[in-house]
Design a protein around this ligand. Structure first.
Ligand code: HEC
Length: 141
């Protein structure tokens, strides 16, 4: 009886595979994701929101993960000490755009909180604190 039950349990995944059903992968727990090393995708809520807005409004010109694109500058460089975009210039440029140069104005669509969140995200990427990819929100862990 016990043997038969164990035998069946062992056969279940084989049967699932033969029948075309997907065998669920071992679930990844939050603890496993945390790892012992620093989590290079861990962000604050503010940075997380910025990541979201960026990938709705900005990525098509400034590149996924703020990597830069063919159409527009690499913002990781722009906000770095080697670039010319200070906090104030960022807020001003995003709000008013540079219409003659292909940078739309976002003042009517995004409020100052959203623009600050975008700045926080771009800074995190620029300072290499945040790796490319979908960030992990600290408040979710
Ligand atoms: C339609 C394409 C496009 C989109 C979408 C876009 N931008 Fe731009 N952006 C540009 C271009 C082109 C420039 C360069 C303008 C220039 O030459 O001065 C620019 C410049 C900038 C600059 C100044 C960079 C520098 O080094 O001077 C910032 C900051 C910026 N964009 C932020 C954003 C943010 C944040 C978003 C999303 C809310 C966004 N942009 C969406 C095209 C775009």
């Amino acid at each position: 009886m016990v043997v038969a039950a164990v035998g069946l349990a062992m056969l279940a995944p084989v049967y699932a595979r033969l029948s075309g059903a997907r065998v669920p992968a071992t679930p990844i727990t939050a603890a496993a994701m945390l790892d012992t090393a620093r989590d290079s995708l861990l962000v604050t809520d503010k940075e997380y929101q910025g990541w979201k807005w960026f990938h709705v409004y900005c990525f098509r010109c400034h590149g996924i993960d703020a990597m830069g694109g063919t159409f527009a500058p690499n913002l990781r460089h722009s906000v770095s000490p080697q670039g010319t975009v200070t906090h104030d210039v960022f807020l001003q440029t995003v709000t008013n755009g540079r219409p003659t140069k292909g940078m739309p104005n976002w003042g009517a669509l995004l409020d100052s909180t959203q623009i600050e969140e975008l700045y926080a995200y771009v800074m995190a990427r620029s300072q290499v604190r945040l790796a490319p990819g979908r960030p992990h929100r600290a408040s979710d862990q």
